[in-house]
Ligand binder design. Structure first.
Ligand code: FE
Length: 142
């Protein structure tokens, strides 16, 4: 898979065609990560996960969020108070669904990750509310 060959420090943009993403991802992963979909609350792989590790981008393998920043927001989506590095993610104003929200994307491949809200815990006060389908947890070695 792609993740194994891409170094975490490689910040070069990853650009693929729509058909390449379709063939690499499951239909649900594609809908969420490449079409800005949202998985149903309490149904994703990671909303309740407490395993130590790094959550990588499911599309390009970039390291995005650490389990040390994960907390139980009660929303049914995996939630974090900060990314592993500010430059790992990008944000964009999202005016869909009659709301103004801030979309969170993978800075390397533009995968849709979720949204960020200003109601998170200390120290950042932010809640990165993400979709499991856009992430792939790499657990820490035992
Ligand atoms: Fe990515």
């Amino acid at each position: 898979m792609e993740e194994a060959t891409l170094a975490e420090t490689d910040s070069a943009k990853v650009t693929k065609s729509d058909s390449e993403w379709r063939s690499q991802l499951t239909p649900e992963e594609y809908r969420v990560a490449r079409r800005a979909g949202t998985e149903r609350a309490f149904t994703g792989e990671y909303w309740a996960t407490k395993t130590s590790g790094v959550y990588n981008c499911r599309c390009c393998g970039a390291a995005l969020f650490g389990s040390d920043a994960k907390y139980d927001s009660g929303t049914g989506w995996p939630s974090f108070h900060e990314p592993v590095a500010a430059e790992a993610v990008a944000t964009k104003r999202d005016r869909s669904l009659f709301m103004v929200r801030t979309e969170v994307l993978c800075a390397r491949c533009d995968a849709h990750l979720g949204h960020v809200f200003p109601d998170g815990p200390a120290p950042t006060g932010l809640r990165y509310c993400l979709n499991s389908a856009s992430l792939k947890l790499r657990p820490d070695a035992e």
